[in-house]
Design a binder for this molecule. Structure first.
Ligand SMILES: [Zn+2]
Length: 103
């Protein structure tokens, strides 16, 4: 951590991702990419390196947003089928310290 913006390193983001995915028992992987925007595709989150520059809450939200697409039923369109897993994931994991899962 080398800024007061509260942003996360790639390692911290990967640790957060791993903690969430392991807790969920989900078969998901993470790859950092220069391509924008961050996306979810077939069990994999492609996380845009530019998205590391935001506030910590935004970085975590972005990870959870992409994970939510894994649980979204039907067509990917950020609609009601997306909100339910998205909000559930935010409630369960946003408050966690990175890399830690609440007991
Ligand atoms: Zn999305």
């Amino acid at each position: 951590m080398n800024s007061n913006m509260g942003n996360m390193t790639g390692d911290e983001v990967a640790a957060f991702f791993r903690a969430v995915v392991e807790d969920l028992g989900a078969n998901l992987s993470l790859e950092f990419t220069p391509a924008s925007p961050s996306i979810y595709l077939d069990g994999k989150v492609f996380f845009c390196l530019n998205d590391l520059n935001g506030y910590k809450w935004r970085v975590k939200e972005r990870i959870l947003h992409e994970i939510a697409h894994h649980f979204e039923k039907g067509k990917r369109q950020h609609g009601p089928n997306f909100y339910e897993p998205y909000i559930w994931l935010l409630g369960k994991y946003m408050a966690l310290v990175e890399g830690e899962v609440k007991a």
